[in-house]
Write a protein that binds this ligand. Structure first.
Ligand code: ADP
Ligand code: MG
Length: 254
């Protein structure tokens, strides 16, 4: 059965997109069929997969509004190994346009239902908000992967997200659960990060994955080449960490 996961955290700059593109590329390297859905109007996952967000006839925006079929909007970027439902600034307007539509929280879910059997994993890169777009992502998914930096306010922000997921679970999507907290941009030498990491484990137990993504400049450079770090520099520490993370996900049978 296809696993559909959202990569979510309402904070910006915490590593959602980096995690989504690298997990997609890593799973693809491990032989999985992957669809990446870019749900952020910034289109960073789109550009980071080597697709020019400005030159797209159909994107996730058209699919959400029912203007184009999902089949016609999915592209296969040549180098990354996964398929992509792209996004660009058009998507910012969807927030308002969706309000008048029926079953507006389920537009993505219903579109994905038409293609998901072609994939082992669908990974949804969410925008930094708890908006109608993120809601569409969360209503489509069984699992939420939360990338986070182990900083002082990280736990505080987490409770809003966890509460939102609980209420969604109760009202709109009974399948939804947090499956993974992923520590990203981690630096072992920083005592505070160790402490926050310990607190995370105390709170969330084995939902905190063993794999840890270090701060690694190759991961940060990769998007400017239109590639996930896993492909841009496969021997880098960052790439290896994301491969390990993908393996852990597969081993846990998520
Ligand atoms: P989000 O999607 O949550 O806004 P991004 O994935 O775009 O976050 O990451 C924010 C910034 O941090 C980007 O410039 C990205 O290249 C950089 N970054 C993300 N993860 C790492 C990492 N492990 N090491 C170094 N830089 C990283
Ligand atoms: Mg992002």
């Amino acid at each position: 059965m296809t696993k559909i996961f959202c990569i979510a955290n309402q904070k910006g700059g915490v590593g959602k997109t980096t995690t989504t593109v690298n997990l997609a590329a890593a799973l693809a390297k491990l032989g999985q069929r992957v669809l990446l859905v870019d749900l952020d109007p910034q289109g960073n996952a789109t550009m980071g997969s080597g697709v020019d967000k400005h030159s797209l006839p159909s994107t996730v925006y058209h699919v959400l509004l029912g203007l184009k079929s999902i089949q016609s909007a999915i592209v296969k970027p040549p180098e990354v190994g996964y398929s992509l439902l792209a996004a660009n600034r058009d998507l910012a307007g969807a927030e308002i346009e969706l309000v008048d539509l029926e079953r507006r929280e389920y537009r993505l879910k219903e579109a994905l239902a038409q293609v998901q059997t072609h994939y082992d994993y669908v990974l949804i890169d969410c925008p930094p908000s708890l908006s109608m777009l993120t809601l569409n992502g969360l209503c489509s998914a069984q699992g939420v992967i939360i990338p986070m930096q182990c900083e002082y306010f990280a736990l505080e922000g987490l409770s809003d997200l966890v509460n939102t997921i609980r209420s969604l679970h109760a009202n709109l999507n009974p399948d939804l659960e947090v499956i993974c907290l992923l520590r990203v941009m981690f630096d072992m030498r920083i005592t505070l990060q160790q402490q926050v990491s310990d607190q995370l484990k105390a709170h969330f137990g084995d939902k905190v994955f063993n794999s840890v993504i270090p701060r690694n400049v190759r991961l940060a450079e990769a998007p400017s080449y239109g590639l996930p770090g896993v492909i841009y520099d496969p021997s880098s520490r960052g790439a290896n960490a994301y491969i390990e993370f993908a393996e852990e996900l597969l081993t846990r049978n998520y």
